[in-house]
Design a protein around this ligand. Structure first.
Ligand code: GLP
Length: 249
């Protein structure tokens, strides 16, 4: 595990975009796992900036997102479908059939989970998975207590997660109570993982990810067992981490 410490959100976003862009240009990524939330917004902005400056084409690349809210159609402005369109897809040369997210509006949610898991397998698995982290150590929408053996599944969101994500909605009552998420096992099968964290609200989760015993009560602890993971985090997110454990920028 490599931990790269950077000054702030802006540096984290730039460093992460360079990291991914290099892998894209060198054709090390065919299938890219995408994340949402506030953390990767700067990363997508920087990635778009690099894309516009260079001559890289997304032709041949497929994207798969970690999760989507249940009950929101792909057109809903709060859906992760719209988030991806707004922050990345509309700015790059990628077609609709190259981008994949779980369908939170599917009639048969169980079947949708199976379809999504199979799709990832058929694409050949994820080459690089981008991750954020929840304050309670959740990854994707895998809340504390989720089995480490889980595949794509429907989750009941905790009150804490709904509250943390309420800032993106007009009214907190609009925050869905469920989501479809890649499971922990789905995420762990990714060949490479890049986790981003910014702000003091994430310090405890990063501390637990690095030092706690690997246990389902903190989903992110499983990442200690991933063979190829890089964490890019800012000073505030790393404030509980001893200096020798970071590769300083
Ligand atoms: N499903 C997402 C996660 O993928 C994300 O990592 C987390 C943290 O979000 P933020 O980056 O906004 O703090 O929020 C949501 O729960």
């Amino acid at each position: 595990m490599e931990v790269i410490g950077v000054k702030d959100f802006n540096e984290m976003s730039k460093r992460a975009a360079q990291f991914v862009y290099e892998d894209l240009v060198n054709r090390r990524i065919k299938v890219m796992g995408m994340a949402t939330g506030g953390t990767p917004i700067g990363f997508y902005k920087q990635l778009v900036r690099l894309y516009k400056k260079g001559d890289f084409s997304f032709k041949g690349i497929q994207t798969v997102n970690l999760d989507e809210y249940v009950g929101l159609s792909p057109e809903n402005p709060n859906s992760y479908h719209q988030y991806m369109y707004q922050h990345l897809f509309q700015h790059i040369d990628i077609q609709r059939d190259q981008t994949h997210l779980p369908n939170g509006a599917a009639e048969d949610l169980e079947r949708e989970c199976v379809r999504y898991e199979q799709l990832i397998e058929e694409l050949g698995g994820i080459d690089l998975q981008l991750l954020g982290i929840g304050e309670n150590g959740h990854i994707g929408f895998n809340e504390p207590g989720t089995s480490f053996h889980s595949n794509t599944h429907v989750v009941n969101l905790t009150t804490a997660t709904r509250e943390a994500n309420a800032r993106y909605f007009n009214d907190r009552r609009e925050v869905p109570k469920q989501a479809i998420t890649m499971g922990i096992d789905t995420i762990m099968k990714s060949k490479k993982i890049l986790l981003l964290a910014s702000g003091k609200e994430k310090a405890q989760a990063i501390y637990r990810l690095l030092y706690d015993k690997v246990d389902e009560s903190c989903p992110a602890t499983i990442l200690q067992r991933h063979p190829n993971i890089t964490i890019i985090a800012d000073n505030e997110a790393l404030s509980l981490v001893t200096i020798t454990d970071r590769k300083l920028n």
